[in-house]
Design a protein around this ligand. Structure first.
Ligand SMILES: *Cc1c(COP(=O)(O)O)cnc(C)c1O
Length: 420
């Protein structure tokens, strides 16, 4: 190695805005299942899974075969929102495997390929339906980086990037914001009742059932039910942003199923294509579908290879409850390991649901150090939370028990190292 190394093309040409590559300073080349490899042949167990875009693992063979067959047969790749065979088969499968068995009656919008696109569509639709401007979001929420999505996002550094005022959104305390010392929705209801409060009657509430970027904050089922009841009583639309927690991350396909609620609008992205390909959906109750043709348009709303892998994933993983059950069992395994660490070390606690689990450090610096040590030992994890104080685990749902044990040992060793 030279003492003074030349800057890489990433450093010299790619914008300073790059981020994950700074945490994992190597050059990745191939990946399979729960493992990702760099160009020097080092292998890393992936407890990050594309921020939740790879719930079925890297290059899942079932999905890959469907994709390869489709491409080799000259199936449509780009189709704007033209009707295609691949889209028809996706819609039929989504209805048959996901919506119908859950008794959900939603129309499906293709809003553009990213999570931010579906959030923007949801906010626009809520405003169009109600004729109101104001949206309620929650403390530590994350909904994306476009202006509308940023306006309902909490993180001050990310908000500052907007460069203009972010308006028409009002934050309310998420579940347990006051450590149980304040009655749920006390403040929210008070503002709604008080004509002098300064809160305009909201069009919608947007909520994550588990805040991933916000620090693995888990809303209780009863809190979600009370929120849904409040919204329905007050004629406010309920949007559940399931971009990260949907597609089985917390166990059931939709993260809100445990609360028995039916949101008015649901956003999905990240793992909906199953293969890490850009794809997003906005689901809405049929009576809310008052869009005019082309009113929310976009070039990349119909990425057909994504429909193909999505259909393959739904057919393979969502025809029974095996994945749901194994996700809960693996989540419990992580929880037990983390509870052991919390008992062994001061200032460490844990929270999570299904296969999103967090190890929380009172001393925020330690979380970053655990991730750094883990990387050196061959494991990818990231931090989340307002001070990056949480080691957040998002392993593929398809991870094996042995792989999970291997990764948990690395995290336990790293925690012991930084805590002693
Ligand atoms: C990732 C994420 C988004 C934004 O998705 P992008 O594809 O990055 O635009 C929105 N909401 C939630 C909950 C997310 O996790």
């Amino acid at each position: 190695m030279n003492a003074i190394s030349e800057p890489t093309i990433f450093e010299s040409l790619e914008s300073e805005v790059r981020s994950y590559c700074r945490d994992w300073p190597t050059v990745f080349s191939t990946a399979q299942g729960s493992w990702i490899r760099d160009e020097n042949g080092n292998e890393y167990l992936d407890f990050f899974a594309g921020a939740g875009a790879l719930n079925y693992g890297h290059n899942n063979p079932v999905l890959k075969q469907a994709l390869v067959d489709y491409i080799v047969s000259d199936g449509i790749t780009h189709g704007l929102d033209m009707s295609t065979v691949a889209k028809r088969e996706f819609l039929e499968t989504f209805k048959q495997r996901i919506l119908d068995p859950r008794g959900l009656d939603y129309k499906v919008q293709f809003p553009g390929p990213t999570g931010s696109n579906t959030v923007e569509a949801a906010l626009k639709l809520a405003r169009k339906v109600t004729g109101r401007e104001s949206i309620i979001n929650f403390t530590n929420a994350f909904h994306g980086m476009t202006l509308g999505a940023l306006s309902v996002t909490g993180n001050s550094m990310k908000r500052a990037g907007a460069g203009i005022p972010l308006v028409h959104a009002t934050p309310m305390p998420f579940d347990n914001y006051f450590d149980g010392t304040m009655e749920d929705f006390h403040w929210f209801e008070r503002l709604l009742d008080d004509s002098g409060s300064g809160l305009n009657h909201p069009a919608a509430v947007i909520v994550e059932t588990v805040q991933g970027e916000g620090g693995v904050n888990v809303a209780r089922a009863e809190w979600l039910r009370a929120l849904a009841e409040l919204c329905s009583r007050r004629d406010i639309l309920l949007i559940v942003d399931d971009v990260q927690m949907g597609c089985g991350r917390t166990g059931p396909f939709f993260s809100f199923e445990i609360a028995g609620i039916t949101p008015d609008i649901v956003t999905l992205s990240k793992s909906i294509s199953g293969y890490g390909m850009p794809m997003a959906l906005t689901l809405m109750k049929p009576e809310l579908d008052i869009w005019g043709p082309g009113e929310h348009n976009g070039t990349f709303r119909g990425f057909n290879p994504g429909f193909v892998t999505s259909k393959a994933a739904l057919d393979h993983y969502w025809s029974d409850d095996a994945l749901h059950l194994s996700t809960m069992a693996k989540g419990e395994k992580i929880h037990e390991s983390f509870a052991g660490l919390a008992a062994a070390f001061d200032g460490v606690s844990t929270r999570g649901r299904g296969l999103v689990q967090g190890l929380v450090f009172e001393n925020a610096d330690l979380a970053g150090k655990v991730c750094q040590h883990s990387f050196e030992a061959g494991l990818l994890t990231e931090t989340s939370g307002p001070s990056d104080e949480v080691v957040k685990l998002l392993p593929p749902l398809t991870i094996t028990d042995d792989e999970l044990d291997h990764g948990l040992r690395i995290i336990a060793d790293a925690t012991a190292k930084v805590c002693s």
